[in-house]
Ligand binder design. Sequence first.
Ligand code: 13P
Ligand code: SF4
Length: 304
Amino acid sequence: MNQKQMVQEILALKTKHNALILAHYYQNKEIQDIADLVGDSFQLSKAAAETNADTIVFCGVHFMAETAKLLSPNKRVLLPVKDAGCPMADMADAKSIKEYREKHPEASVVCYVNSTAEIKALSDICVTSSNAEKILKRYPGQKFLYVPDKNLAQYLIDKHDLNIDLFEGWCDIHNDLTVEDVKTMKEKYPDARFIAHPEAPLEVLREADFVGGTQALLSYALHDEASTYLIGTEEGLIHELQKQSPDKTFLPVTDKLVCEDMKKTTLEDLHRALKEGVYEIEVDSTIREAAEASLRRMMEESAQ
Ligand code: 13P
Ligand code: SF4
């Protein structure tokens, strides 16, 4: 089957199963192009919660599909590649959180959406890169543990002087960004704006003209007046930027910004997912309610 036939079959299967195809901005171009909605983790979670479709095919990584299932428990949620995971999400462990809670009963536990359902269930509230700052800065005196991304937490502490204890977790892709990478590209493109995701280390974020979650980076670069941007997040975002703003130049700040897990999903995988109903996401019934509650708290706080 050639690519054109594959695309046609995917669209036919989508109609047959009343399915919604969601894709994160870090997915391969052909997956972004066929999706009903391309977005960041928050937008996709909202879409999953609001859809009337019977099946959600989540082209992303496991925690994203699991989040969709938590917010849409009566829908069938499929992840086209079984082992598409987020190494950072797997860095947080339940034992550490339970021990922390015993030592610090006054603290609230905040989990980044890049976490397992088990960690969400042990947390008071979940946040994503698009709403962590908006929500947590409302609580200047409150003590928090933020799991698992130490870089995003460090950024919030630096910007708002918040009382946050760090967890030793990070994203290998964003954490690898260095000040040297930024300086090298700024020398080559002195008029370019550097924009970065808060999963990057603090010293790199201090070099940025703008820091924000994936959707905020997209909005900034589309509406700002510069002509060249150095992109400090996964390179998949450049596809949408270039589509929406073909006259501007968008360059990855290094060629290391590729999330292999996000890039695992191919059209063949999406086709198989719709045809065979794989891989269906299930959430352990003992943690489902508590995990959903931390996501619902995020939705409420984010809407305020
Ligand atoms: P967003 O919440 O910005 O979509 O980020 C998800 C992610 O995995 C970033 O690496
Ligand atoms: Fe996880 Fe990093 Fe990939 Fe995002 S880019 S899914 S945080 S490994």
